[in-house]
Design a binder for this molecule. Structure first.
Ligand SMILES: NC(=O)c1ccc[n+]([C@@H]2O[C@H](COP(=O)([O-])OP(=O)(O)OC[C@H]3O[C@@H](n4cnc5c(N)ncnc54)[C@H](OP(=O)(O)O)[C@@H]3O)[C@@H](O)[C@H]2O)c1
Length: 225
């Protein structure tokens, strides 16, 4: 245990990108971690840490998710999905899925977890995006993150004396998400943040004091490890 108390973190999106970095960092710090992702356990990367992993589709029923997360006093919702394409080229199933994963699952999970989070003075981190104010080329993804920002702002005020809710507005980060979204991120490689550093920042900020909403940009990383 590097610092502070041993916590039980529940992490979604732990099979890839920033969620994987979070899971590795938290496990490395000696915390208990319950991780979920969409892929099968056999498809996890070799650097996935030795922690509990559950394959779960976040667009499915909420009950299994709530049951899995209930023992945790820290909830980090890193799962996200979406495509880089104009609305008229969207696929109805894909846009429903993006809203379900990026927003619906978060609302349903936090609704179900309220009693246990309130009892444990829990802390919640929601991973948002600088696209949350609207971004041409990704209207559905942007809308889901805009709504997530609103949810986070509401809950951080509503639950202020019981549960800490933080929203992280991320600049582009070097993860598989861009390729999955159909966007060639090589042209913006120079501005992409390192997912391990983003993960460390989120963990430190969530455990410390700070604003309910925090933009994480390359500038945020200056002077940090
Ligand atoms: N990368 C960026 O530039 C960037 C910028 C701003 C905000 N963000 C946000 O940061 C978070 C992490 O993104 P990332 O870049 O790390 O993305 P990523 O590498 O694509 O990882 C996304 C994660 O979400 C999981 N996931 C997707 N759909 C799911 C579903 N239906 N059910 C369960 N899990 C599902 C994936 O599981 P599998 O891999 O197993 O399918 C994966 O673990 C997201 O909320 C994203 O919106 C990212």
């Amino acid at each position: 245990m590097q610092q502070g108390r041993r916590r039980h973190y529940f992490v979604t999106g732990a099979s890839s990108g920033i969620g994987l970095s979070l899971a590795r960092s938290l496990a490395g710090q000696g915390h208990d971690v319950t991780a979920t992702g969409q892929r099968a356990p056999a498809d996890l990367s070799p650097d996935f840490p030795d922690i509990a992993y559950h394959q779960l589709d976040l667009s499915g029923p909420a009950a299994p998710l709530i049951a899995l997360a209930a023992p945790a006093d820290r909830v980090v919702l890193a799962a996200g999905t979406g495509f880089y394409r104009p609305l008229e080229h969207e696929d109805p199933a894909a846009l429903t899925q993006a809203m379900a994963v990026n927003l619906g699952s978060v609302i349903r999970l936090l609704h179900g977890l309220y009693p246990t989070l309130a009892r444990q003075a829990g802390r919640v981190a929601l991973l948002g995006s600088v696209a949350d104010k609207g971004s041409a080329g990704m209207p559905v993804y942007s809308a889901s993150k805009g709504a997530l920002a609103g949810l986070a702002r509401s809950l951080s005020a509503e639950w202020a004396d019981r549960i800490t809710v933080r929203y992280y507005r991320l600049w582009p980060t070097r993860t598989p998400m861009h390729a999955r979204a159909g966007y060639d991120a090589r042209k913006i490689d120079w501005l992409l943040m390192d997912p391990d550093r983003v993960a460390r920042f989120v963990i430190d900020h969530l455990e410390g004091g700070g604003r309910a909403s925090k933009t994480i940009s390359p500038l945020t990383m200056v002077g940090r490890r």
